[in-house]
Design a binder for this molecule. Structure first.
Ligand code: FES
Length: 81
């Protein structure tokens, strides 16, 4: 989706939690919305080189996960449905 000229990728997990990140991979600017979701880990995977990010924009690398986001998340406020 585009909000105020900024593109975001939005996804949700089976529990209904919703995540939104800037729709651009920090590696080589691929659109994350062309990637895929890992429902086991609630992450999104870049379509170009398969870097994986959680809903907070932190890089996920197996056992070594970054603690600081490298993609800006969009703060979501969800009311009712
Ligand atoms: S452009 Fe996303 S992993 Fe390379």
């Amino acid at each position: 989706m585009t909000l105020n000229g900024q593109d975001y990728v939005i996804w949700h997990n089976p529990k209904g939690e919703v995540f939104a990140l800037d729709n651009i991979c920090p590696h080589m600017q691929a659109p994350l919305s062309d990637g895929w979701i890992c429902q086991e880990k609630d992450t999104i995977i870049c379509p170009f080189h398969a870097l994986e990010f959680d809903g907070e924009g932190r890089l996920q690398q197996g056992e070594k996960n970054d603690t600081q986001p490298i993609i800006k998340p969009l703060e979501l406020i969800i009311s009712n449905d």
